[in-house]
Design a protein around this ligand. Sequence first.
Ligand SMILES: CC(C)(COP(=O)(O)OP(=O)(O)OC[C@H]1O[C@@H](n2cnc3c(N)ncnc32)[C@H](O)[C@@H]1OP(=O)(O)O)[C@@H](O)C(=O)NCCC(=O)NCCS
Length: 184
Amino acid sequence: MSDQVFPDVVLRTRRLVLRALLDEDVDAIVAAVSDPLTQRWLPLPDPYSREDAMSWVREQAPAVRTGGRGLTRAIDWDGALAGVIDLKRTDWRRRETEIGYWAAPTFRGQGVMSEATVALSRWVLTEAAFERVVLRIATGNQASTRVAEKAGFTYEGTARNAGIVHAGRLDLAIYSLIPDDLRS
Ligand SMILES: CC(C)(COP(=O)(O)OP(=O)(O)OC[C@H]1O[C@@H](n2cnc3c(N)ncnc32)[C@H](O)[C@@H]1OP(=O)(O)O)[C@@H](O)C(=O)NCCC(=O)NCCS
């Protein structure tokens, strides 16, 4: 693996392929990001346009990877965009990174994000030799909390007033996964 840039890796799970975003994903991205639940928990542009999505797919997401800041993966289920998962706030010296995600509304509640989170977190701790993966989840976001639990993350505590969403500031529960968790 080259120094301090994640490879453009494709990860396969039982049902899913985690791959780079493509132009063909743009319509599904616009629909999923415009969804009220996505907008409730993530401070994304509202309204969110095709131009926003195209710029993310073609420029911003690739630049995050090549700039060493993280890795954005489309979650592909039988050719459809089931969601997006990413690595961000990557600290190469500490070998620590954070996972973020949203699922497309019609794909929610089927274990998609738990399966994707298991795959990406295990890959970054093993293949990329990271020491710590973090999830920061608004304390009221029960679906995302379940994803953290099902993916084997450990609750560490709550960072008060640390999150920003459209409605204002909120507390963030901090969850982590470290290499020791995979051995036990
Ligand atoms: C959070 C999110 C990505 C989960 O994706 P998903 O593919 O539905 O996740 P999974 O199916 O793997 O797991 C969801 C779990 O939450 C549960 N859940 C869903 N809504 C819930 C609610 N309102 N209250 C309690 N539990 C809920 C589901 O029942 C499931 O748990 P189970 O398997 O024990 O039954 C999705 O809800 C989403 O896109 N939300 C909006 C964006 C967001 O919140 N991103 C995360 C910011 S930290």
